[in-house]
Design a protein around this ligand. Structure first.
Ligand code: MN
Ligand code: MN
Length: 466
């Protein structure tokens, strides 16, 4: 926005939001679409935090990054990554400017998504069917996960320490899993209940088998047959579920949506549609002045707890290690560092206009949304970025002609949500939220705009450069 009144009608004084697709050149549209193609492959291969970590590591190695170990010597130009227990990854590139003065440019996204995790004693049989019990992970609307094909992804660690990676249901010829729903003919009472109460968490059981072992004990034959198949395929017994992390996620691949292919429908856009641009911005950064640091964290959907979540001290440890290795004062480095907390926002949906405040909601295809604050009920649980820092980011975006928009998630007191922003701000780092607006957030298949996805890559690239 410029204050120069060239048209003599003062319209340039207005804060405008316009669709990126409006008047887009053919060349730019091709760029946007080809970036979306690459993202689609990433999303298809990264349905869990472990898979996303593996993908990010592979991309990093292809970009010349090598593994970092605590205590390693570092010099400007070094490109390193650190994998956190297979579920998260930190990547950094040392710049030429002194860290104590210039700090780090940090992009922080998360790579876990809502899903259904298997319980530790999940397998049982009832009425001619065998099921796996689940406990949902993150905020889901339970009805969305029923009567739809699901795949099982994860890892089983045996008591001897050996491990098996599991992925069943993604290939055309592989079986899928299913959660039974009630037929409408018998669903009158269910339909009269509030949406949040109509389906209990304990009814989210995955159908896993229906053929008993020959002459098996009545009521246990199907369960035994499932165990037989699992033993043949993976060499595991029932006890091995105890030390397993298996998640049911929607089957299938990310697809173009709309006749004009403006959108992408897929599982886990939250928050891989911010994680992927963080990686591509890092790998394509040509300017070498700033030290760049990308965080892909786990556990955001359940509060960023645990030693793979953003609240873990590992982030702080790594920053100190880097400062020490370069002979820089870590406190001064933190104080000079700046961060974009890269997480999705809610896109205004005209079908549910009541819950949004249109003037302050993210509009689809108008660019990534910047939230000065998140939280709920009086900004509670928000880091509330300073005007000075928001101004700093605005300047970078303006100078680089980045498409973006200011946004707040929904109407005041309707709900709200948090991100990892506050945990980074706690480290004395200026932080503000910036991410892709999403339709149907946390649904098995979420929708984003290709234009917003690419604009986020451009925004992150500008932040890494200037
Ligand atoms: Mn998120
Ligand atoms: Mn989320």
């Amino acid at each position: 926005m410029s204050t120069e009144n060239s048209k003599n009608d003062f319209t340039e004084l207005l804060c405008m939001r316009e669709s990126i697709y409006k008047d887009i050149t053919e060349e730019k549209l091709r760029e946007v679409f080809s970036y979306a193609d690459a993202y689609r492959s990433f999303l298809n291969a990264a349905k869990t935090e472990r898979e996303a970590t593996r993908c990010a590591r592979k991309m990093a190695e292809e970009a010349g990054y090598t593994e970092y170990h605590f205590g390693d010597a570092l010099a400007s130009g070094d490109k390193r990554y650190f994998v956190n227990k297979g579920k998260g990854i930190f990547l950094f590139r040392i710049g030429t400017a002194p860290l104590a003065e210039d700090g780090m440019r940090i992009l922080a996204a998360h790579i876990d998504s809502p899903r259904l995790d298997l319980k530790q004693n999940p397998l049982y049989e009832d009425s001619g069917m065998s099921f796996l019990k689940t406990h949902y992970y993150g905020g889901i609307k339970k009805y969305q996960w029923m009567a739809t094909p699901l795949a099982l992804h994860g890892v089983i660690v045996r008591a001897d320490g050996s491990r098996v990676d599991v992925c069943i249901g993604e290939e055309e010829n592989e079986p899928v899993f299913y959660i039974n729903d009630l037929l409408p003919h018998l669903g009158q009472e269910q339909a009269a209940q509030p949406l949040g109460k109509a389906i209990s968490g304990e009814s989210l059981n995955l159908l896993v088998g229906g053929i008993p072992v020959p002459a098996g004990e009545e009521g246990k034959g199907i369960k035994l047959n499932v165990l037989r198949i699992l033993h043949e395929k993976y060499g595991i017994g029932e006890e091995d579920f105890i030390s397993a992390e298996l998640s049911a996620v929607p089957v299938g691949k990310c697809r173009d949506a709309g006749l004009d292919r403006a959108f992408l429908v897929g599982y886990g856009h939250d928050d891989r549609c911010c994680a992927y641009p963080a990686l591509t911005a890092l790998f394509s950064a040509k300017e070498t002045k700033h030290t760049l640091f990308v965080i892909l964290a786990d556990k955001e959907e359940i509060g960023s707890n645990g030693n793979t979540g953003m609240q873990c001290r590992l982030f702080s440890d790594l920053m100190e290690e880097i400062a020490h290795a370069l002979g820089q004062n870590p406190s001064a480095m933190r104080h000079a560092s700046v961060c974009l907390s890269a997480d999705v926002n809610a896109a205004f949906d005209p079908n549910y206009a009541d819950v949004y405040e249109k003037r302050n909601s993210a509009m689809i295809s108008c660019g990534p949304a910047m939230s000065k604050f998140t939280g709920s009920r009086g900004k509670s649980g928000s880091n509330d970025a300073s005007a000075e820092y928001v101004g700093f980011v605005r300047r970078i975006f303006a100078e680089n002609h980045v498409n973006w928009q200011p946004a707040e998630l929904g109407k005041v007191d309707i709900g709200g949500g948090g991100t990892v922003a506050m945990y980074i701000a706690e480290q004395n780092i200026d932080t503000v939220d910036l991410g892709v607006p999403v339709i149907s957030m946390h649904a098995p298949y979420e929708l984003i705009s290709k234009a917003d996805l690419y604009a986020l890559h451009e925004a992150f690239s500008a932040f890494c450069r200037d």
